[in-house]
Design a protein around this ligand. Structure first.
Ligand SMILES: Cc1ncc(C[n+]2csc(CCOP(=O)(O)OP(=O)(O)O)c2C)c(N)n1
Ligand SMILES: [Mg+2]
Length: 904
């Protein structure tokens, strides 16, 4: 350890005494060498810890954290467990190999599970709690591409049948088949009774698991659900730790003392292309990072056979060698012979060589790594589950492709190997001691057979008994409501339906009001989960701090600077608001935990995650996609939306495309409301759709910060009819101001104002009558139209149906101009179903910082440009002259020679 510099800034009260200590260390170093010196230092630091003096140590020697003598006694039957594991290993391989013989190029992974089989098995046999005891059990995040091993176990348990295994990665149901095939990876969307957590986009499982554990605490602290008996386990790869999402939030877990969270990092030292840290030591690096973040770190590096060698290492030469050997070299040792290992690992040092002189080459080659030793793993898991006040990470060293034979094990290409020849299968069979159940002939057949355990056999009984004792099989996704949710009273929404009178308001402030009403609602209030990433003040939501309180596991231990204010920053251990700080990824992960709680815990919650719309789909789109896969139900609110409504902030802040990105997520219902009543109707419908009807969709609403008097629902029409229009995505909002109707402007969001202005300009200047329609959701309109279009395509002999958007707009006057604060692509989603002429205006191009007025002129979405667009459409249909349009362009001060706003 080098001095970190901080010490030198402190006064030295007794330099002579300090020098004495340093001299002593120098003497040890000179006389007995660095190993001994480090040992003394380590003991001193350890002792300092015992004295309560904090120590700066972040890494420990390259040894198992739990000494052999402190290991818990392994309670399982080793032989039976090894046999079960061999069957599982074999079937996982057979499944991938058979799938790739049946469907060339279908893919799958052999090596990842081969390296982690023991990591899972110890969990399944001794730790993971199931759901059959009436509790939600543990929440286990499986490493995505270890899926074959998880299916292989489910097969032995009788939960999957051979025909399903044979259809690994062939999920499209063939005619006559009862069940579709198995998903490539954990996808609850595709296997909703099996998988719970999507994990295969690397980094997302880890961050979601942290916020999930945190959300369980939240449920507990708020007395909504007792989560004490549920542990969150996350299995991840060492390569996966390079993803910023993986390590980005670990300090939250440390800070909040999440001892209900255990991570198991499969440190096989390899990722897809090659070594994770060829020139370094990933386990040591991770140890330092996690310890620094306040985690309990358990290293499981060496298998039991190393214990005797370490006992002989009286002068620390072996530890020294372990400490100084780089991962790239360890990978090499994994593929080399015992003779090579003797020569190169032990060889150069006579004392080191002596330690292994009585071991044969074969024995040297078979010295296993800790991650394949279930006793060591059991001890680590035991300690992890008994550790209080901190989350635990288990860093387990393994061999990638373990047991798969020389051609596969530890090879740089191992990750992608998915085929095995009969000879390779024979080696695997022998390595797994499966000669009694697999003959040579079996292996020469086209497909390697699956192994089954006869019911009543000791192994089968053990397998079933273990899971029964632990509460049933996993993974298993169930939607069984344990604590039902009551729907809110309609009164929570009603004040927003009547408008704001002369009082200007924005859809954001209206939303805050609605959120407060919902949180106050006696029926549903406690289930509302407001989530913000350090932007509550921006959205005018700070008023909620005092009333709903910010969730803080430890309460508020200080007196806040603004304690005397009505809107003080109030934290509480039963606070309702999740104030995540500046992490949209963390906010989204919290939202996902809350949005899937109806299934993971049987406790439906209604999360509202409100964020800067620019930093939503664009920044954490992959997490949103994973939430959609996980069948999330809840609300995402993209606030400060629009490329021109958020003035002053400029290029990197102004969102004119989140609705384009939202349109790509199948389970997302995306809305761009203009008025408070539209927003309230959408939220009400969303709660009904997701929580009463139980559809696995979620809602995205854009909210703006522009204030204008919020109109009431159009008074001349049935409220139910207006509400239907808002939900369907389009409705007529106001007629022409004069007694003629020439054209229609369809607006969304704040572009309503430009539409109004254009309508007035055209009436006043040219006597042209324009009616206004509100488009709340182009995505909804498009999806309905695609359904109709498809039906027509596949039913050629029946009368064609007409898409809803076409039917609606058939009643609209003249040509149609659509305008929103988003890119033209958003309204263009419906272009081919619009009857008659259609033109869209929008905010294509990079944002700029300026006033709304200037920005709308720049993007050509202001009243003048909308009016000109209407006139140009009337010109195209021959109802006005070119001179009139030219007159308007001049009159409204538009320069026709300027470059387009999206020009680069
Ligand atoms: C975000 C993302 N990027 C890339 C991939 C492709 N990929 C799948 S597995 C893998 C390597 C995984 O290495 P590691 O995390 O060490 O897992 P191991 O298989 O070694 O246990 C990669 C790059 C992915 N699934 N997700
Ligand atoms: Mg790896």
């Amino acid at each position: 350890m080098s001095a970190d510099g901080i010490l030198h800034q402190l006064p030295d009260r007794d330099p002579d005494e300090t020098a004495e200590w340093i001299d002593s260390l120098n003497a040890v170093n000179d006389r007995h060498g660095p190993t001994r010196a480090k040992f003394i230092l380590g003991r001193l630091l350890e002792h300092a810890g015992e004295l309560g003096l904090s120590t700066p140590t972040v890494t420990t020697p390259y040894l198992n954290t739990i000494p052999t003598e402190a290991e818990d006694w392994f309670p399982g039957d080793e032989d039976i467990e090894r046999r079960i594991r061999s069957f599982i290993r074999w079937n996982a391989v057979a499944m991938v190999v058979r799938a790739n013989r049946a469907a060339e190029g279908i893919g799958g992974h052999l090596s990842t599970f081969a390296s982690s089989a023991a990591l899972y098995d110890v969990g399944f046999n001794h730790f993971f709690r199931g759901k059959e005891t009436g509790t939600p059990g543990d929440h286990v995040y499986f490493q995505g591409h270890a899926a074959p091993g998880i299916y292989a176990r489910a097969f032995l348990e009788g939960r999957l049948v051979e025909s399903q295994l044979d259809r690994f990665r062939q999920e499209i149901r063939r005619p006559g088949e009862i069940a579709p095939g198995l998903s490539s990876y954990p996808h609850p969307r595709l296997m909703p009774d099996f998988w719970e957590f999507p994990t295969v986009s690397m980094g997302l499982g880890p961050i979601n698991s942290i916020y999930h554990a945190r959300f369980n605490r939240y449920l507990d602290n708020r007395r909504i659900d007792d989560t004490a008996a549920s542990r969150v386990w996350c299995f991840l790869g060492d390569g996966e730790c390079d993803e910023p999402e993986t390590l980005g939030s670990i300090s939250l877990a440390g800070r909040e003392g999440l001892d209900n969270l255990t991570w198991v990092v499969n440190c096989n030292l390899q990722r897809l292309d090659g070594p994770v840290r060829g020139n370094g030591k990933i386990i040591q690096e991770l140890e330092g990072v996690f310890r620094g973040a306040g985690w309990n770190v358990i290293k499981v590096i060496w298998g039991g056979k190393w214990d005797a060698l370490l006992d002989r290492d009286v002068d620390g030469v072996l530890v020294d060698r372990m400490n100084s050997t780089l991962d790239g070299q360890f990978q090499r040792y994994a593929v080399e012979s015992g003779a090579y290992i003797r020569e190169h690992f032990f060889g150069p040092h006579t004392r080191l060589r002596k330690i292994v002189e009585d071991l044969s080459d074969a024995e040297l080659e078979a010295l296993p790594r800790g991650g394949h030793d279930y006793r060591k793993l059991y001890a680590a898991y035991k300690q992890a589950t008994e550790t209080t006040g901190r989350p635990t990470v288990i860093l387990a060293k393994t061999v990638k492709g373990w047991t798969l034979g020389d051609d596969v094990e530890s090879r740089n290409a191992t990750h992608q190997i998915k085929k095995m020849s009969p000879a390779q299968l024979t080696t695997l069979r022998d390595r797994l001691y499966l000669g009694d159940v697999l003959t040579d002939q079996d292996l020469e057949a086209d497909d390697p057979p699956y192994l089954r355990m006869p019911e009543g056999s000791a192994e089968h009984q053990y397998l079933i008994d273990r899971r029964r004792a632990l509460g049933g099989p996993l993974p298993s996704r169930r939607v069984e409501v344990r604590r039902p949710l009551q729907l809110p009273e309609p009164s929570a929404f009603s004040e927003l339906l009547i408008g704001s009178g002369a009082q200007p308001a924005s859809t954001t402030t209206a939303f805050t009001r609605l959120l407060r009403n919902l949180a106050r609602d006696p029926a549903v209030g406690s289930r509302i989960v407001p989530i913000v990433p350090d932007e509550a003040r921006t959205f005018g939501m700070d008023a909620l701090f005092r009333e709903l309180k910010i969730y803080a596991a430890q309460g508020q231990k200080y007196e806040p600077v603004d304690h005397h204010l009505l809107l003080s920053y109030a934290e509480s251990s039963d606070g309702q608001i999740l104030e995540e700080g500046i992490t949209e990824a963390g906010g989204l992960a919290s939202w996902t935990a809350a949005a899937t709680s109806y299934a993971t815990r049987g406790v439906p919650m209604i999360p509202f995650f409100i964020f800067y719309s620019m930093f939503g789909f664009q920044r954490v789109g992959d997490l949103i996609w994973a939430a959609a896969d996980a069948r999330a139900r809840g609300f995402l609110l993209g606030a400060t939306a629009g490329r021109t409504t958020l003035m002053g902030e400029g290029l990197q802040h102004q969102d004119g495309h989140s609705h384009v990105l939202a349109s790509t997520v199948p389970a997302c219902r995306a809305y761009d409301p203009a008025f408070a009543y539209e927003m309230a109707i959408i939220v009400h419908d969303g709660i009904d759709t997701m929580y009463a009807k139980g559809l696995d969709v979620f809602y995205y609403l854009t909210l703006y910060n522009e204030n204008y008097p919020m109109p009431p629902m159009p008074p001349d029409r049935e409220p139910a009819e207006v509400a239907r229009g808002v939900i369907d995505g389009l409705y007529a909002w106001a007629g022409s101001p004069i007694d003629r109707r020439h054209a229609t402007v369809v607006f969304s969001g704040t572009a309503w104002r430009a539409a109004m202005e254009a309508r007035q300009l055209l009436a006043d200047t040219y006597g042209i009558g324009v009616e206004l329609w509100s488009a709340t959701s182009y995505k909804t309109l498009r999806e309905e139209a695609m359904v109709v279009e498809r039906w027509n395509r596949l039913h050629p002999s029946q009368a064609p149906q007409v898409p809803m958007v076409t039917q609606k707009l058939a009643a609209a006057a003249g040509p149609i101009v659509a305008v929103s604060d988003f890119m033209r692509m958003v309204p263009d989603q419906i272009a081919r179903w619009v009857p008659g002429r259609f033109m869209s205006l929008g905010t294509d191009g990079f944002g700029r910082s300026d006033t709304r007025e200037a920005l709308r002129r720049h993007f050509e979405t202001d009243g003048a440009h909308v009016a000109i667009a209407v006139l140009s459409q009337l010109l195209a249909e021959g109802s006005v002259t070119a001179n009139l349009v030219t007159d308007a362009i001049q009159r409204f001060g538009v320069d026709p020679e300027l470059a387009a706003p999206w020009a680069i």
